[in-house]
Write a protein that binds this ligand. Structure first.
Ligand code: SAH
Ligand code: DHB
Ligand code: MG
Length: 224
């Protein structure tokens, strides 16, 4: 079992179930031209995000970590016309590319990019009186994942689905001796989820063109 095989199978499903489309292709191309790192979710992972948002019947989505807006477009497409997606991005250059990509996908009315460090924007969001988010996608700086998880619960409701990208990282997550701040951030978040009665979680390990990684799916359940 090898990266080649994973990429081949990824390609096989992508051709059939997440085939190229003008807005997504343009988003990838312009992100690359602008020099953004090519670390967006893959097409079939984007489809997974879209399906999860549809299963949730999501009307409101919060995304932490926009990059060029590729995952934003997948999530935004799951929303009804009067739905709302807020996506947070620390890098103004990334946010500018994303804003163009989102507009070209016809999602300007639905998706709003907010520029700034997520931990500075999240407390502001909490004061703005938004209805609880139905789905939160966490995909930014992993050392802050424990804090992002807490904010996701605070800005959600029982029934909110929290999706976290990059929780496996070629298996590094299982290395308890790791001093990598990313790994430690993910592990701390995982332990907090384990200790929190309000949360029920599973991990979906993935292989594909981006290698071996995975998503955490965390449901806020009704307690008491
Ligand atoms: N969700 C995107 C990929 C996001 S990559 C997709 O799949 O298409 C991670 C992004 O998080 C980068 O653009 C990075 O600039 C941003 N980021 C890193 N630290 C951040 C922070 N503290 N607050 C907000 N965004 C941050
Ligand atoms: C990488 C992948 C990601 O999905 C991400 O959010 C950050 C980094 C990577 O492959 O390096
Ligand atoms: Mg990611």
């Amino acid at each position: 079992m090898s990266q080649n095989l994973w990429s081949e199978v990824d390609e096989y499903f992508t051709e059939r179930w997440a085939p190229s489309d003008p807005a997504l292709d343009a988003a990838e191309r312009d992100s690359e031209i602008a020099g953004l790192p090519p670390i967006q979710v893959t097409p079939i992972q984007g489809r997974l995000l879209e399906l999860l948002a549809r299963l949730q019947r999501a009307r409101t989505i919060l995304e932490i970590g926009t990059l060029g807006g590729y995952s934003t477009i997948w999530l935004g497409r799951a929303l009804p016309a009067d739905g709302r997606l807020i996506t947070l991005e620390a890098d103004a250059r990334h946010a500018a590319v994303a804003t163009t990509n989102i507009a070209r996908a016809g999602l300007s009315e639905v998706a709003e990019v907010r520029v700034g460090r997520a931990l500075e924007i999240l407390p502001v969001l909490a004061t703005e009186g938004h209805p609880p988010f139905d789905l939160v996608f966490i995909d930014a700086d992993r050392p802050n994942n424990p804090e992002y998880l807490e904010w996701a619960v605070k800005l959600g409701r029982p029934g909110t689905l929290i999706v976290v990208d990059n929780v496996v990282r070629r298996g590094q997550v299982a290395d308890e001796t790791s001093e990598d701040p990313d790994v430690r951030g993910v592990r701390e978040m995982i332990d907090r989820i384990a200790a929190d009665r309000r949360l029920s979680a599973t991990a979906v390990q993935t292989v594909g063109r981006k290698g071996y990684d995975g998503f955490a799916l965390v449901l806020v359940v009704d307690v008491d």
